[in-house]
Design a protein around this ligand. Structure first.
Ligand SMILES: *Cc1c(COP(=O)(O)O)cnc(C)c1O
Length: 426
């Protein structure tokens, strides 16, 4: 742009933002008298104002109908999980039969690994990114142990090149090729929680399949944040949580995706439960598990209605806003914040920071991970005191995630201004 990004410009961008009214649909926490600059939607999304009403609907159905609420009331609970596929598939690029809302993320990863990590002979390795999330490591570690392997041998971690912060797609693809017929599974994040890097799920899936391996992704930081085409790409399976970008509230329900090509394979090993059993005879209390076709066949238990009602409230906001529109706004916010941050780095001479997240929008979502050169913790505390809710990661990283549903361009400007002052002062 050539001109310094300004507060006026931020306000102009907000004025022209067709999604600006969606901020009103959320409760923005207040730390100071004014609402805070909430940049941790990547950790716990904000509460939609309608969530309470959605919960009350189910509480009232429970009060009015008791057990009969399974078949009576506005959203009979027997069918409750069926409200979701239509609303969540636009975020995933999936078919309705390929998704189901259930359990929590790590639990779903385990259930999917039971089906999709089936080491045989020389083919037992799992490729993942170095610096994956601890829970994912623990899942992989205990799964390979369960099959009689050691983590160090069975799990291959790929790191960025010396002196680089991100993984290059070519290096991931080469590692897959090198592992060849020893590779059972590629299990990576869609978006890495720490660096904010988005991986090329399509190429990775294709490369895994070329080696006869399975490709699965953890979408905790991808869902609701970046566009995906899981079906098109041929991704075998995926799992996610919904309390981050999907705003379902603490401990909200997870979900999973299983590609259609596996839908009718009733031979796939799995850990079954009655809700995954053929619906037409679910209440006949017969022995002999017959899985439902598609992702619903991975269900175990009846729907967690209260948590899922909160998720429904948020998905209805997504539907109203339009996911494509949100991604467009996200790209604009990212580019404006990049401009602002480059300006801050130019203006502050005695301290600086590096942006760990790739700049190219194809390689990222809305999150920014900033590595602070000096006094990172103090900078973080100073921001915090001034009403910025961000996230601190030892030893020197501040993560901020401006979310297009409820953050404003003015938030971005105010943040950059506060960051500049904090950097100068430490
Ligand atoms: C947030 C997150 C989790 C959390 O797992 P839960 O089972 O929902 O507690 C796991 N993996 C990744 C990559 C995450 O970002």
């Amino acid at each position: 742009m050539g001109v310094k990004p300004s507060l006026e410009q931020a306000r102009e961008l907000d004025k022209n933002d067709t999604l600006s009214s969606f901020r009103q649909e959320f409760i923005i926490p207040r730390k100071l008298p004014q609402p805070c600059i909430y940049f941790t939607g990547n950790s716990l999304g904000l509460q939609p104002k309608q969530t309470k009403a959605y919960l009350e609907t189910e509480l009232e159905a429970w009060a009015d109908y008791g057990v009969e609420g399974h078949f009576e009331g506005p959203n009979p609970w027997f069918h409750f999980h069926k409200l979701f596929p239509q609303k969540i598939t636009p975020l995933l690029g999936a078919k309705e039969d390929e998704v189901v809302i259930m359990n929590t993320l790590t639990a779903n990863l385990h259930f999917l690994l039971v089906s999709f990590y089936r080491p045989q002979g020389r083919r037992y390795k799992i490729l993942t990114e170095a610096g994956n999330f601890p829970s994912d490591y623990y899942a992989l570690e205990t799964q390979v142990k369960f099959h009689g392997y050691e983590f160090e041998d069975a799990v291959v971690e790929i790191s960025p090149r010396e002196g680089e912060d991100h993984l290059r797609t070519e290096d991931i693809l080469n590692s897959i090729e090198d592992l060849g017929e020893t590779l059972a599974l590629v299990m990576m994040s869609g978006v890495n929680y720490y660096t904010g890097q988005r991986f090329d799920m399509e190429s990775i899936t294709k490369a895994a399949h070329e080696q006869g391996a399975i490709a699965g992704f953890d979408l905790a930081h991808a869902i609701g944040n970046v566009p995906m085409e899981l079906h098109e790409w041929g991704v075998d399976f995926a799992a996610w949580c919904s309390y981050k970008y999907l705003n379902s509230g603490p401990g909200g329900p997870g979900g999973l995706f299983v590609h259609e090509k596996h839908a009718s394979d009733s031979q796939l090993p799995r850990f079954g439960g009655w809700w995954g059993h053929n619906e037409s005879e679910r209440f006949k209390m017969k022995k002999g598990f017959i899985p439902m076709k598609g992702a619903p066949g991975w269900q175990l238990s009846n729907a967690q209605v209260l948590g899922m009602a909160a998720l429904l409230a948020s998905l209805d906001v997504f539907e109203k806003a339009g996911f494509g529109n949100l991604i467009e706004k996200s790209e604009k916010m990212v580019s404006f914040l990049l401009e602002l941050l480059h300006e801050v780095n130019k203006e502050v001479s005695n301290n600086s920071f590096k942006i760990l997240t790739p700049e190219n929008f194809e390689d990222r979502g809305c999150q920014f991970s900033l590595v602070i050169e000096r006094g990172g913790k103090l900078v973080f505390e100073e921001l915090s005191k001034n009403g910025v809710v961000a996230d601190w990661r030892e030893p020197d990283v501040i993560r901020v995630a401006p979310v297009p549903l409820y953050n404003t361009f003015e938030d971005l400007y105010s943040f950059s201004d506060l960051l500049k002052k904090a950097l100068q002062d430490v």
